[in-house]
Design a protein around this ligand. Structure first.
Ligand SMILES: Nc1ncnc2c1ncn2[C@@H]1O[C@H](COP(=O)(O)OP(=O)(O)OP(=O)(O)O)[C@@H](O)[C@H]1O
Ligand SMILES: [Mg+2]
Length: 266
């Protein structure tokens, strides 16, 4: 009898657990609104009399908090898409809506403001100033705008990427992986909601690349949306969603489900 009751209690507990889990995931999914909404985006570069179609009609939705890898051959349009996502460039046609705002019809100064407030960039070649320390490189990202405690904020960002003991080093006194971590800290200081990384591990050996991916994975688990361009399949598998591009188009997307469809499934 006692054993039966224990079994019943266990089952009830498991049921409760399942119910809680379902509720949690439902709430989580319903909170996911499409932060990025790209519809039929084309980008045509004009080189003299030649038109280069870099994006040929891209459709893409990315929800807040996703981690997405973008793959594809050289010249397939990955960086062009990242530049548009990061508000560094605008589409030739089609629409890009970010957090409900139509990016295509906004002014240059508003674009700069959105970049500054919402988006962090990580580059393949780090783009650090060589003659100043890691700390100063990160602090520099806070020069514009009304930031208080610049030094402290920069220190915290460097601590977050595991460089507490290298802050006074110049880039030339750091390994490639450490330089990239400075690059990530610089992107982090402004608390972006989206981190865009165009081949962040492209210049690194596989171990340093793995460390960078761990940091990006950690930032994603803290709620930042992360979009990574990569040529490496083992980097891409770290993302929960992989998009492939060819000739300016998305040819596959591992997430066929929209947030709405996910809600129905649960
Ligand atoms: N500023 C530009 N002016 C003219 N053409 C450009 C410009 N930027 C990119 N392109 C062209 O647009 C196409 C897409 O380029 P993009 O840089 O987006 O490719 P990618 O997928 O990032 O390639 P890679 O893997 O080599 O970085 C290419 O044909 C490229 O030559
Ligand atoms: Mg590129």
């Amino acid at each position: 009898m006692v054993a039966d009751r224990r079994a019943e209690e266990r089952e009830a507990e498991a049921g409760l657990h399942r119910a809680n889990n379902t509720n949690v995931s439902r709430i989580k999914v319903q909170e996911q609104t499409d932060m990025i909404e790209i519809e039929n985006v084309k980008k045509i570069y004009t080189m003299g009399s030649v038109e280069v179609p870099a994006l040929a009609g891209v459709n893409l939705s990315i929800a807040q908090g996703e981690i997405v890898a973008i793959m594809g051959a050289s010249g397939s349009g990955k960086s062009t898409l990242m530049n548009i996502l990061g508000c560094l460039d605008v589409p030739t046609s089609g629409t890009y809506t970010l957090d409900g705002e139509d990016i295509g019809s906004t002014t240059d100064s508003r674009l700069a403001e959105i970049r500054n407030r919402k988006i962090g960039f990580v580059f393949q070649t780090y783009n650090l100033l060589p003659r100043i320390s890691a700390l100063n490189n990160v602090e520099l990202a806070l020069m514009y705008g009304n930031h208080r405690n610049r030094r402290r904020t920069a220190q915290e960002a460097l601590e977050r990427v595991g460089l507490a003991d290298r802050m006074r080093h110049k880039p030339t006194e750091l390994s490639g992986g450490q330089q990239q971590r400075v690059g990530i800290a610089r992107a982090l200081v402004k608390s972006p909601e989206i981190l865009l990384a165009d081949e962040p591990t492209g210049n690194l050996d596989s171990r340093s690349g793995e460390e960078i991916m761990q940091i990006l994975g950690q930032l994603h688990s803290e709620g930042i949306s992360v979009i990574i361009v990569t040529h490496e399949a083992d980097i891409a598998v770290r993302a929960s969603r992989v998009i492939s591009m060819r000739d300016g188009l998305i040819v596959s997307d591992s997430s066929g489900l929209t947030a709405g469809e996910l809600t129905v499934q649960h």
